[in-house]
Design a protein around this ligand. Structure first.
Ligand code: SAH
Length: 289
């Protein structure tokens, strides 16, 4: 088989295009636009061979040093080979207004190319959503960072919940920002994909759950933060009830027109809501498939 690794890593210029102008619409993350993103930036000459699994990222305290026997052997050199493009992606996210050093630091560590199908891995560090199958997407790096920053608001996060694991990228970033992360996915093959993607990273403070995230995880609640990676017409009541007092939930809300909302639980039966910015996510759906 022909080795096409020369397609990877990307040249820095491919991820250093000018930052979004203030007030300009945020790049959207629908399966349609993700497919367009993929097509627009596709490397001619066919699929790029993905890089090998990276070497182990530096771990915060509490990370297991053991690895599932079936996990591929991580190669430190591959993590280093993608370091420059990852740093450029993070610099672009910062230019768009994300300032939280903990979030930016986490995004510099997590190898996004491991969460993207081999044919698209050469585009892993472009600030765009990309298709992950099953009509779903990996979110744009900017929006991942923005949501985590908004949930954290500079505070320390203990236990957090993500609704919509998808390929597992945001869950991995969260694992470097919070002490304990739970992530729920309703599509079984995506839940399995996330497990496969995350295995070589040996993240011990992350639990993946197959189920309907609209119900939350009452057995583990309360949470110090909740992020929804899919948009509903409203935020499910069960999730609001599973927030700790003082904790924040960040969610896209809407159908064709969506905005990010941040809801803070300010009392036992009191929540305060803020509208942040326009966004575009795949829909939040009930049940499991
Ligand atoms: N977190 C992802 C983005 C995933 S896309 C990232 O790292 O980029 C949104 C995901 O939400 C899809 O995989 C979709 O299946 C899932 N989803 C939608 N409704 C859901 C629900 N009720 N419970 C759990 N997952 C849901």
């Amino acid at each position: 088989m022909k080795d096409q690794r020369s397609n990877f890593p990307l040249p820095l210029s491919s991820v250093t295009s000018p930052a979004r102008k203030p007030g300009a619409p945020v790049t959207v993350a629908t399966p349609q636009t993700a497919t367009q993103n993929a097509a627009r930036t596709a490397v001619s000459g066919g699929a790029a061979k993905p890089p090998q699994a990276p070497g182990p990222a530096p771990r915060p305290p509490g990370y297991a040093q053991t690895r599932a026997p079936s996990a591929p052997t991580p190669q430190r050199s591959d993590l280093m080979a993608t370091e420059a493009v990852r740093r450029a992606m993070v610099a672009k996210v910062a230019r768009q207004g994300v300032a939280d050093p903990k979030v930016l630091g986490a995004m510099e560590i997590v190898p996004r190319h491991l969460f993207i199908e081999p044919a698209l891995s050469a585009q892993a560090y472009i600030d765009a959503s990309l298709p992950i199958g099953h009509n779903q997407t990996i979110s744009q790096p900017y929006i991942v960072a923005r949501m985590i920053e908004a949930m954290r608001a500079g505070g320390e996060l203990g236990r957090v919940l993500e609704i919509g694991t998808g390929c597992g990228y945001q869950a991995a970033v969260l694992s470097f920002v919070a002490k304990e992360v739970y992530s729920i996915e309703r599509i079984k093959p995506l839940h399995e994909l996330a497990k496969t993607n995350l295995r070589p990273l040996r993240i011990s403070n992350l639990r993946l759950q197959y189920g309907d995230g609209m119900l939350g995880l009452p057995q583990v609640a309360p949470f110090d933060g909740i992020i929804l990676a899919a948009a509903g017409l409203e935020v499910p009541r069960a999730l609001l009830e599973q927030l700790a007092i003082g904790a924040r939930l960040v969610a896209p809300v809407g159908a064709q027109v969506q905005h990010l909302h941040r809801i803070t639980r300010i009392g036992k039966s009191e929540w305060a809501s803020e509208t942040l910015e326009a966004c575009h996510f795949v829909p939040l759906r009930p049940g499991t498939i």
